[in-house]
Ligand binder design. Structure first.
Ligand code: 4AD
Ligand code: MG
Length: 451
C-alpha cells in the first residue's frame, strides 16, 4: 500500500512543483480576507506560503469554512502551485479544498504585537512556532548535521559518553548532584571527554555529542545549565593537530550553513558577508602574546576595592580572561582566533603541561568574532601516569574515582588531544540570535526550568 505521508508536500519543495496539485499539512500563521478572496498564510515547519481562496474556485461550504479559520488552526490544504513573483518563495497556492483538523479552542496567546521576554519564555512551547524562532531551530538542526557529517566523513566514530557519572570533569563548583541508589551520589556530566579518551584508545578517532550540565551561577547571554557539546578525541594527535581540526570543523559548519540556510539567515537579518570570511587559516596567538597585546593596547583590568572604588591594573600574567579581555582581543579580528598555552593554574587537571614551559598547559580556546566569545575549549591531554596523578592530588580530586582514567596511562599510553564545541554558542554566533536561551528548544537556566 502506498504510504499516506508520501502524498503530502512540504512547503519548501513547492517551487519545484509549479502547475501541480499538492496537499500541504500545516497551521494557519495568519489569515486575512476581503470580499471574494481569503489569504491564508500557511506554515508547515519547512517554510511559509500564501494560499489564496477565491470564491469562484471553491464550493460555498469550503469558502465559509475558511472564514472560520484563525491563527494556529491546523489544516490540510489541497490546491495548485502557481508561480508568483511578488512572493518571497516565488510561489502561491490556489486553494481547491481544505480539511480543518482543529480551530483553536482559545485565542492564541502570541500575536504579531510585541511581547515581553518573560511572557515569551513562559510560552516557549508556542513561541517556537514564530518566524524567527523557527528559523533559529532550523539553523540549529543544520549546525548539528554539519557536525555529524564532518566527523562521520573524516573517519571518526560516534561514541556516546554517559550522563550519570561518579566524578567531576570540569571542576567541582558547577556539578549537579543526584542520589544514586545505594552507591552514594552521582553527578550529571559536565563533559563527555574523560570517557571519550577511553573510547579513543579503543577506536582511534571518536566523537561524543550530547547534553552536558553545568550548575553555572552566571546569568549571561552565553550560559545555560544544560547545553549540547560535541567532543572529538583523537589518539596520536598533538595540540597543533587539535587546533587544525578545530579550524576545519568550524569552517565546515559555517560554510554548510551559508549553503543550506540562506532563507533562515535572511529571516534573522544576518550579515552574510561576515560569515563568508570564516575561512582557514584562523588567527592564533599564545596566552602570553594575548596578555602582552592587552597591556600594549591599554586594556586594563578593573578590580573593586574594599571601599567600593575601582582601581585599574595592567592585566597580570596568570589570571584567566573574562568577557572584557576576550572582546578586546577579538575586536581586531573578523575570523575566529585560537588562544593557546594558558597558565596551568586556570585550566583543568587533565591538560598536558608544555614540555618547554612548566607554567603553561597545552590548552586552546577558540574565540569567535562579532562578540560571540569562546565556542571551543580543548587541549592535549596529560598522557604520563605519574604527572596526571600529581595533578589529581594537587586539585584534591578523589583518586579512587579516577582509577579507570589513570589506567589509560598504563596500557599503551599515547599523545592524544581533543576539544569541545558548544552547540548553542555556535548557533548563537551563526544565527545572530540575541541570547543563548533562543537557540535551544527548551532552555535550562538558573531561574528557569519551565516549560
Ligand atoms: O571549555 P569547556 O568547559 O571544555 C570542556 O568541557 C572540555 N572537557 C572539552 C574537551 O576538551 N573535550 O567547554 C567547551 C565548550 C565551551 O567552549 C563553550 O562553547 C561550551 O562548551 N560551554 C557552554 N555553553 C553554554 N553554556 C555553558 N554554561 C557552557 N559552558 C561551556
Ligand atoms: Mg572553556
Amino acid at each position: 500500500m502506498e504510504s499516506r505521508y508520501k502524498s503530502y508536500h512540504s512547503i519548501e519543495k513547492l517551487p519545484e512543483l509549479v502547475g501541480e496539485t499538492v496537499t500541504i499539512n500545516g497551521w494557519v500563521h495568519n489569515i486575512t480576507g476581503k470580499g471574494k478572496l481569503q489569504f491564508i498564510q500557511m506554515r508547515d515547519g519547512s517554510g511559509f506560503v500564501q494560499c489564496v481562496v477565491f470564491k469562484g474556485n471553491v464550493s460555498e461550504e469550503v469558502f465559509e469554512q475558511c472564514k472560520q479559520l484563525a491563527q494556529e488552526a491546523s489544516v490540510s490544504i489541497t490546491g495548485t502551485v502557481r508561480a508568483e513573483e511578488r512572493s518571497a518563495t516565488g510561489v502561491e497556492v490556489d486553494v481547491q479544498s481544505v480539511r480543518i483538523w482543529q480551530i483553536p479552542t482559545e485565542q492564541y496567546p502570541i500575536t504579531p504585537k510585541e511581547h515581553g521576554i518573560e511572557f515569551l519564555m513562559e510560552h516557549r512551547h508556542l513561541w517556537l512556532r514564530s518566524t524567527r524562532q523557527h528559523a533559529i531551530m532550523r539553523i540549529r538542526a543544520a549546525v548539528a548535521k554539519a557536525i555529524r557529517d564532518f566527523f562521520d566523513g573524516n573517519g571518526f566514530k560516534l561514541q556516546d559518553s554517559p550522563i550519570l557519572t561518579p566524578n567531576a570533569c570540569e571542576g567541582t563548583s558547577t556539578l549537579f548532584e543526584t542520589k544514586y541508589f545505594d552507591l552514594g551520589n552521582a553527578y550529571l556530566s559536565q563533559s563527555g571527554q574523560l570517557y571519550a579518551e577511553a573510547t579513543a584508545m579503543a577506536l582511534g578517532k571518536v566523537y561524543t555529542f550530547g547534553p552536558t550540565f553545568r550548575a553555572e551561577k552566571s546569568k549571561t547571554k552565553r550560559h545555560l545549565t544544560e547545553f549540547w557539546m560535541v567532543e572529538p578525541e583523537m589518539a596520536y594527535f598533538d595540540l597543533n593537530d587539535d587546533m587544525d581540526l578545530a579550524e576545519d570543523l568550524v569552517e565546515y559548519i559555517v560554510q554548510y550553513c551559508l549553503q543550506t540556510c540562506q532563507r533562515e539567515l535572511a529571516v534573522m537579518g544576518r550579515d552574510i558577508s561576515k560569515l563568508e570570511k570564516v575561512r582557514r587559516p584562523f588567527h592564533r596567538m599564545s596566552y602570553t602574546e594575548a596578555v602582552e597585546w592587552l597591556n600594549a593596547n591599554n586594556v586594563k583590568l578593573n578590580k573593586k576595592n574594599e571601599d567600593g572604588t575601582e582601581t585599574q591594573y595592567d592585566f597580570p600574567w596568570g589570571e584567566d580572561f573574562g568577557a572584557p579581555q576576550e572582546e578586546a582581543i577579538m575586536s581586531q579580528f573578523e575570523k575566529p582566533c585560537i588562544i593557546h598555552r594558558y597558565p596551568t593554574e586556570v585550566k583543568a587537571f587533565y591538560m598536558k603541561r608544555d614540555p618547554e614551559n612548566e607554567k603553561v598547559v597545552m590548552a586552546m580556546d577558540m574565540l569567535a568574532p562579532e562578540g560571540a566569545g569562546e565556542i571551543i575549549g580543548g587541549s592535549q591531554r596529560e598522557d604520563n601516569h605519574d604527572l596526571l596523578l600529581e595533578r589529581i592530588l594537587h586539585e584534591q580530586l578523589p583518586q579512587e574515582a579516577f582509577q579507570w582514567y589513570l589506567d589509560l596511562r598504563k596500557y599503551g599510553s599515547v599523545p592524544h588531544s581533543g576539544f569541545g564545541l558548544g552547540l548553542e554558542r555556535t548557533v548563537k554566533w551563526i544565527s545572530g540570535a540575541e541570547h543563548i536561551r533562543e537557540v535551544i528548544p527548551f532552555p535550562r537556566m538558573i531561574y528557569r526550568i519551565v516549560p
